[in-house]
Design a protein around this ligand. Structure first.
Ligand code: 3PG
Length: 218
């Protein structure tokens, strides 16, 4: 068995954000679900896939998707440490998403060749990420931390930052975020419901992904 290597980032954070209106936030508990789930999302037009490092199977799932679903671009979510970044890159992840930001995680992703969407919830965190050269950021947890009104307030002082709001975003409120000039895409777990995954209802996941195409602006 060979180890996949993805030393160079082939996508920038902006390209990851621009590919579709929604980046699905995926929690996988069973490696058998990884490949059919990824294929179902791709069939619905969603190919940037954030697999969260929250389950023991997450890295194996990333590796399986990277090997078997070349149409997908698999990334790792919940990246909180240098070790997470290295493990994600070794498994075949091509981008990373973090729930917060530290310079150590930023540097680790650079070292691992991973585009990073750093998580921020305050102005100080935005400034720290910007100091380290990151201008495309995840606003997390978006609804809990102020929703669209917060992003409107940030658009003044942080006019040069673009966001992917994630946390409490749904098909119902996604358009409110996507209408903002400083929002490129949103993130959300609603495309991959746990019950659909458990039931192997891949057609439902494809439909949920296809439904998000109507959110495209411009
Ligand atoms: C997360 O990291 O859990 C994401 O923010 C997903 O949030 P959601 O379940 O509210 O979409």
């Amino acid at each position: 068995m060979t180890t996949p290597t993805h030393a160079a980032a082939t996508f920038t954070a902006l390209q990851v954000m621009q590919d579709a209106p929604v980046i699905p936030v995926i929690v996988l508990n069973d490696i058998a679900h990884a490949v059919p789930m990824a294929r179902a999302l791709v069939a619905g037009g969603v190919r940037m896939l954030e697999v969260t490092l929250r389950t023991p199977q997450a890295l194996a799932c990333i590796e399986a998707i990277a090997r078997a679903v070349p149409e997908a671009v698999v990334g790792a979510g919940t990246v909180r440490s240098r070790a997470d970044a290295q493990a994600a890159a070794n498994a075949g992840a091509r981008f990373a998403v973090s729930p917060g930001y530290t310079s150590a995680v930023g540097q680790a992703c650079r070292d691992a060749g991973l585009a990073l969407l750093p998580g921020v919830a305050t102005g100080s965190e935005i400034m720290m990420a910007q100091e380290d050269g990151f201008t495309e950021l995840k606003f997390f947890p978006a609804m809990q931390a102020g929703g669209p009104a917060m992003l409107k307030a940030w658009s003044g002082p942080f006019f040069d930052v673009r966001f992917c709001p994630t946390g409490g975003v749904s098909l119902q409120n996604a358009a409110d975020f996507l209408a903002l000039p400083n929002v490129v895409c949103v993130g959300g777990s609603w495309l991959v419901p746990a019950d659909a995954m458990a039931a192997g209802d891949w057609a439902r996941i494809t439909q949920l992904a296809a439904d998000t195409q109507a959110l495209r602006v411009g």
